[in-house]
Structure formats: C-alpha cells, structure tokens
Design a protein around this ligand. Structure first.
Ligand code: TMP
Length: 209
C-alpha cells in the first residue's frame, strides 16, 4: 500500500518533529514506512547537503543551487524513493521538489517554469500523493531557532523568508487536492492529529481499492 507524503514549510515550521511523529505512528501500526529528508538521505545527497547548507568559502549561484538540489533529488528518487514505493512502503520525505520551486524560484528569482521542468527531469515526474504545508510566520519560525547556528538559507534576510512563506501559499493553491495546509503555530499534538486524520484516510481508501 504505497503512499508518498512530503512535508514542506519555512524555517522553524516543525517539519522534523511532525515527520518523525508520523513515522513513529506508522511503525507502531506495523505499516512499512521510511523517513527521509532533502537534501540528503543518500551518500551523494549528504555530500551535497554539506555544500548547499554550510559552504562558506564556496560561492554557489542560484542556478548552481537549482542543479545541486536536483542532483541530490535524482539520486534519492532512483536509489530510495522509487524502490520503496515499488515495494509497497509509505515514504515520508522532509522537503521535495516544491522546496526548489519556492526557494530557488520565489526566493532566488529563477524562472518557475524552468524549475518545474528540471524538477520533473530529476524526479522522472514522480509527484507526492500528499504534501503537508506547515505554515508559520517568519517571526515565529525564527523564534524557535534562537541559539542555533544558521545555515546559508537561514542567514538570508527577512524579506527572503517572507517570499518563501508567500510562495508556499501560492503554490499550494495551484493544486489544492494535493496540499494539506496546517497552521504550524498550533500545539504539536494537534498538528499530529490533523496529519494522522488525513494520512489514515488515504491509507483506508487505498486498502479498500
Ligand atoms: P532544512 O530542511 O533543515 O530546512 O534545510 C534545508 C534548506 O535547504 C532549507 O533552508 C531550504 C533549502 N532548500 C532549497 O533551497 N531548495 C531545495 O530544493 C531544498 C530541498 C531545500
């Protein structure tokens, strides 16, 4: 009973907490699942993550970012996501192609149509069945990060992060049937419940097919 679920959102939106909570729920019910993240989750992806998030002396252009995120993604789809879906697993992915549309498109200003074409080449056209958007204000998201070291993206100014939030809201309205938008300022247990209600509904539908 394969299902491909992605989580998206700005900085401090709580994606890792929510992806882990969902993964644990599935495991407790003996539903085969994997939890992965982008960029990363393959040996190539981990190397690229270090560069993309933490490079200090290396300049990376917006087009370079677009290509490197998609290099990581292509490897992840080929080596991990497609095989897991083929073997009937639920795949939970913390960020996926929508992050590139939003960060490199709405954030860095690259052409959205070009990005979608390159994303599609990297993923072989594989789209999530469900994308959960954890929507949070820039102020509240960053308040949750206080005291942590900032990566290349977190170091961008407030205007950049406002564009990210707006970009997600715009993108999610283009395909409302795929996106579940949740107010990420809600208590985390409440968010877990909303996510589970949606995911369990999708799983029951698939089981009844
Ligand atoms: P995070 O998952 O810890 O938030 O770190 C990933 C960072 O990389 C985050 O700031 C968003 C950024 N990113 C992009 O700019 N484009 C992408 O395609 C992906 C997957 C992430």
């Amino acid at each position: 009973m394969s299902l491909f679920i992605t989580f998206e959102g700005g900085e401090g939106s709580g994606k890792s907490v929510q992806t882990e909570a969902l993964y644990r729920k599935l495991c407790r019910r003996d539903i085969p699942a994997i939890l992965i993240r982008e960029p990363g989750s393959t040996p190539l992806g981990e190397k690229l993550t270090r560069l993309l998030k933490w490079a200090r002396a290396t300049n990376i252009s917006p087009v370079g970012e677009l290509m490197l995120f998609n290099a990581s993604r292509a490897q992840l789809v080929t080596d991990v996501i497609s095989p897991a879906l083929k073997s009937g697993k639920v795949v939970i992915c913390d960020r996926y192609a929508d992050s590139t549309v939003v960060y490199q498109g709405y954030g860095r200003g690259l052409d959205i149509g070009d990005i979608k074409s390159i994303n599609s080449m990297a993923t072989g056209g594989l789209k999530p069945d469900l994308t959960v958007l954890l929507d949070i204000s820039v102020e509240e998201g960053f308040a949750r990060k206080s005291g942590q070291e900032y990566d290349r993206f977190e170091k961008e100014d407030k205007a950049f992060h406002q564009k990210i939030r707006k970009g997600y809201l715009k993108l999610s309205k283009e395909e409302p049937e795929r996106w579940l938008i949740i107010d990420a300022s809600l208590p985390k247990e409440k968010i877990e419940k909303i996510v589970w209600q949606k995911v369990s509904g999708l799983l029951s539908k698939r089981a009844g097919r």
